[in-house]
Design a protein around this ligand. Sequence first.
Ligand SMILES: NC(=O)C1=CN([C@@H]2O[C@H](COP(=O)(O)OP(=O)(O)OC[C@H]3O[C@@H](n4cnc5c(N)ncnc54)[C@H](OP(=O)(O)O)[C@@H]3O)[C@@H](O)[C@H]2O)C=CC1
Ligand SMILES: N[C@@H](CC(=O)OP(=O)(O)O)C(=O)O
Length: 344
Amino acid sequence: MIKAGILGATGAVGQRFVQLLADHPWFEITSLAASERSAGKKYGEVAKWRLDTDLPESVRDIAVVSTRPEEVDADIVFSALPAEEALKIEEDFARAGFVVSSNASSHRMDEDVPLLIPEVNPEHLGLIEIQKKKRKWDGFIVTNPNCSTIMMVMTLKPLMGFGIESVHVATMQAVSGAGYEGVPSMAILDNVIPYIGGEEHKMETEPLKLLGEFDGKAVKNAKFWVSAACHRVPVMDGHTMSIWVRSKERPSAEEVKNAMLKFDPRLGDLPTSPKKALIVRDEPDRPQPRLDRNQGRGMSVSVGRIREGQDGAIQYVCMGHNTIRGAAGASILNAEVLKKKGYL
Ligand SMILES: NC(=O)C1=CN([C@@H]2O[C@H](COP(=O)(O)OP(=O)(O)OC[C@H]3O[C@@H](n4cnc5c(N)ncnc54)[C@H](OP(=O)(O)O)[C@@H]3O)[C@@H](O)[C@H]2O)C=CC1
Ligand SMILES: N[C@@H](CC(=O)OP(=O)(O)O)C(=O)O
């Protein structure tokens, strides 16, 4: 078993890591780290457990440590730290020789850090050697994208052959994306909030790196543009988005559907990879978060309503589980690929 630590283990995403790693066949939780407020106390006392499965017994009595590398016993650390804290702490861990699989945004756009979706750009892992050499680190950092970006980019990947020119997207994002204390119930019930700080910029920039080409030295960004509008809606889990894609080749809805149906990333049999990365639905009223977010144990992205728009764009809806495929599950799948490819 590979020894795994979780940084930010008591938080919303940290708890998802604990839930998904507790019975993982390759990783064993050996350290749980959080702020000085929690350090020294038992995990079961300080983690206000809010998931709909029980707190795993195996972690209840583990003493939480602080996020200093010398206190953490692990080969890999999964980071669910707030971005401001992750910036330095993740570097401290990589410098100290740890593999860091991060869900935080701090290092995503660093030119020597892989921003990874295993089904989309596994070749970007070539940046690891460049990162280690440049920074003189024994360890390294690999990141997963923003939760909305992940869902959208998984649907764009099979369309790249049509010559994408532009993408418009409007999101409807679940409240869990902001964390338990993030959006007061008085603000979101009976309401839609048309603003999520920083989200539109992430959706407009991260896809270009993810779908860019790695030439052995650097990633050259993909050459199309994305325009995003992000909204918070009163849904617990599951980010839904309406997407309009304009391409040079002007494919029909049928051709787009077939490209998505044929999308086979050939990841092999990794514990967290779903049987189908994309699930294409024909019903006129799907996907829906409540019905579709747990497809592929929360790791599949569901697509529906693929149709030709008025201006030659292809229009569709996609949806995925934001704290599993969009956060903890994404980092764990990244780590499984690292293991499979011999980086771990
Ligand atoms: N919620 C979501 O769906 C998603 C979140 N993310 C990203 O994941 C990260 C975590 O988000 P979330 O789980 O919602 O956040 P939470 O606020 O719920 O949890 C934060 C965690 O970090 C710890 N922490 C806070 N400050 C420090 C510090 N100074 N030093 C060390 N540890 C600290 C907290 O410990 P303590 O309990 O002791 O305070 C807690 O364990 C963020 O970067 C967020 O942007 C990404 C995608 C989705
Ligand atoms: N902002 C996202 C969650 C998040 O924290 O994203 P990021 O990993 O890019 O910081 C949401 O609300 O739903």
